[in-house]
Design a binder for this molecule. Structure first.
Ligand code: GLY
Length: 385
């Protein structure tokens, strides 16, 4: 019986794969179609060395506020500033400390003041050069300063390239409440250079892969299969495999954001597969112990186990998902302690609507649904490896 379901699932997946576009070499531009807020995502190896061309038409004789962190600045600030200076009227640079602590109202307060000192006005443009923290913080600065000014993203981590730089979610954390203050503020342009990933440390690179695999799991079985077939190439950071994978993720994300820009219909919520568990793991065990991608890899594993308990997927789904995470060297085991605290933290998650916790659970590779959380005991069981 189990074998029959598995074979029919595989057949459906192969048919779906034939319908899906294969990953192609020509994926260098993805559009996010949002009426007057439509923008392009450019994905090109070497793009960071062609910024004056890529930004022409977006920055012409304008005042640019470039926001970055000290780590990224060491590697890329000189190149980026010299190129933007060719086309901008003036470039002012804001450097923040690397890490989640910079995504706070107190840092934001300091930066608003710097923006005033720089004589920033409504014609100025904020450019974010960095990972998710820099993108979210700089985006929130752009969204809030002078009631909103222009914004461009140049993401430099895999996580930022495939998720946080696309879709306009910007914001800062409150103590104990991640991303709680923010806005939907779309960038005018996203420029992605997969070659910058060469300088990303291995742990952050691997953690970003959790978000990459997530797209296959939630909406693109063909992509999931491509990833299964290219673990070695991706692990070696092959620029072609990375460019194709990033483009595929951006296409998936663009499609979701086009359908549900402000997360009102529930469609955008599927991007949070594994995140309710993952956010709780980050909060309870401290943000230093697990990287975000590691926490959501564990979170997706717990969500798959819960879906299996609820009869939504079979064993082989959990096994196949877990196998890909492990081949990509991502953790899948939830720590064995503090499970009651994890449940309490999950109930504080932003996905709690009118007191009811919602979870994103899989029904097959390439499809997830939003469901009301079952009783605590089942969630507790799903935390056990
Ligand atoms: N990272 C989830 C979203 O953009 O909606």
């Amino acid at each position: 019986m189990l074998i029959e379901i598995y074979l029919s699932d595989l057949k459906k997946q192969r048919e779906a794969k034939q319908l899906n576009d294969p990953i192609s070499n020509s994926d260098s531009q993805v559009a996010v179609n949002l009426a007057s807020r439509t923008y392009a995502i450019e994905i090109n190896p070497g793009l960071l060395n062609q910024l004056s061309n890529a930004l022409a038409g977006f920055v012409s004789d304008d005042h640019v506020i470039l926001v970055t962190d000290n780590n990224v600045a060491e590697l890329y600030l000189e190149t980026v500033v010299s190129q933007i200076s060719e086309i901008a009227q003036r470039v002012d640079v804001i450097r923040v400390s690397p890490g989640e602590e910079s995504k706070s109202i107190s840092v934001c307060d300091e930066l608003w003041q710097r923006m005033v000192d720089f004589k920033t006005d409504r014609q100025s443009v904020v450019v974010a050069l960095g990972g998710g923290v820099v993108g979210d913080l700089a985006g929130f600065l752009a969204a809030s300063f002078a009631r909103g000014i222009r914004f461009i993203q140049i993401p430099t981590t895999l996580l930022a390239q495939v998720d946080s730089s696309v879709g306009g979610k910007v914001g800062v954390n409150l103590p104990g409440a991640k991303n709680m203050v923010g806005a939907f503020w779309q960038p005018e342009l996203v420029l992605i250079d997969p070659l910058v990933l060469e300088t990303l440390d291995e742990a952050n690179f691997r953690a970003g892969l959790a978000e990459v695999i997530k797209y296959g799991l939630i909406m693109d079985v063909g992509f999931f299969e491509s990833l299964e077939a290219s673990v070695d190439l991706i692990g070696k950071r092959d620029p072609v495999a990375l460019t194709q994978s990033i483009a595929r993720c951006c296409k998936c994300k663009a499609a979701i954001v086009e359908e549900d820009e402000r997360e009102t219909s529930g469609r955008r919520a599927i991007l949070n597969y594994g995140h309710t568990y993952g956010h709780a793991i980050e909060a309870v065990f401290g943000f230093g112990r697990f990287l975000h991608g590691e926490a959501i890899s564990i979170g997706m594993t717990c969500a798959a186990r819960l879906a299996r308990e609820l009869g939504m997927v079979q064993d082989f789904f959990v096994a196949r998902q877990t196998e890909l995470f492990q081949r990509m060297q991502l953790p899948v085991d939830c720590p064995a302690e503090r499970h009651d605290e994890l449940i309490a933290s999950m109930k504080h998650d932003k996905k709690v609507a009118r007191g009811e916790l919602k979870l994103i659970l899989p029904v097959r590779i390439g499809e997830v649904v939003v469901v009301a959380a079952p009783e605590d005991q089942l969630i507790l069981d799903s935390l056990k490896n």
